[in-house]
Ligand binder design. Sequence first.
Ligand SMILES: Cc1cc2nc3c(=O)[nH]c(=O)nc-3n(C[C@H](O)[C@H](O)[C@H](O)COP(=O)(O)OP(=O)(O)OC[C@H]3O[C@@H](n4cnc5c(N)ncnc54)[C@H](O)[C@@H]3O)c2cc1C
Length: 371
Amino acid sequence: MAHVVVVGGGFAGVWSAAAAARVRDTADLRITLVAPGADLVLRPRLYEPDPERAAVPLKGILGPIGVEHVRAQVQEIDVLGRRVVADGSPLAYDRLVLAAGSRLVRPDLPGAERLFDVDTLDGARRLRARLRDRDGFTAVVVGAGYAGLEVATELAGRGRVVLVERAGSVAPELGFGPLPAIEVALDRLGVERRLGATVREVRDGGAVLDDGSLVPADVVVWTAGLEASPLARQVPGERDGLGRLAVDAHLRAHGAVFAAGDVAAARMDGDHWTVQSCQHAVPMGKTAGHNAAADLLGVPLVEFAPAPYVTDIDLGAAGAVYTRGWDRRVALSGAEGKWVKRWLMEVIQPPVDDPAALLGSAGVVTTPVPF
Ligand SMILES: Cc1cc2nc3c(=O)[nH]c(=O)nc-3n(C[C@H](O)[C@H](O)[C@H](O)COP(=O)(O)OP(=O)(O)OC[C@H]3O[C@@H](n4cnc5c(N)ncnc54)[C@H](O)[C@@H]3O)c2cc1C
């Protein structure tokens, strides 16, 4: 029986598997998802006070649609032999979807082992355990991109927060659109900023900045920089500065290999590429999974057609700022932006123990965010 193997159990992997199962219908096709964890981890929720809410059991998603879950880590992709090696065991495929995501780039600096993060479920659990029952703590948050802003503004409700950013302003990659709303929120929440600065050492009692000053702190949370899974290097083809594999309009990376989510870079239009975000990982997963199965079953392939780009940054008790378009024009802020953020955090979760709803949502037609 022909075999589609999906590597990765994040947004891209889960939706790839669901889309492949949707195309399969009653045809003979085996679909296997390989990922080490038991859960789909909703990474955008890891900054929230209860990280357990970000874990969705894969069993309730994959089991009811007849997708096998192999709990293992892939070490090797053999594109010529059409097989992967997972925890030492080979697994043959006819079509592969690489959806192994991204990870935080950990800095090489003295005391780096003391850093906390909100990149993984374990990282978020460790941070919460450290801050539990410690009201009045001081946290240094390194990096003022979306993840840094979300964790800083969430922690600001409970302690003193110092946000350290190498660039001359916060939210450097978001441009000028949402900047005023973010600055107002940081002022309102009392988040201190050290701009044009970075951390050169982490000690037990705090962070040493590059000007030699010590910021005493209970925790130092590193959020700066994501890189694609190193598995991307094992597939022939072009890679961008984040290590992402370039894919074509069908999300094919090479021969029998498709790629989706944070590990892949697809063209959005003539000027823009996908960004590492769940809003792109979900439709990329659906497209790659559909095409991997369609390629084997003689069904027409579809082109990646993402919905218009939006962002929504949670700013804790100051609400959220929601933008539309690549120039990130602010559409909603404060309580209204927060309402949309909450809605987005609900809709990113795939249906559990409801195969009809899951397969019904796994079609590749993308609907724009209705706000
Ligand atoms: C704190 C934070 C906040 C964020 N906020 C937002 C937001 O507001 N909006 C937004 O759109 N995006 C946000 N993101 C980004 C978003 O989480 C990612 O873009 C998204 O998770 C990418 O999905 P993915 O499936 O490609 O990869 P991932 O979620 O990284 O999943 C990768 C999967 O592959 C598995 N895997 C990895 N290596 C292997 C291997 N060798 N073998 C087998 N399996 C493997 C992993 O275990 C995991 O199951 C945020 C991220 C973080 C960390």
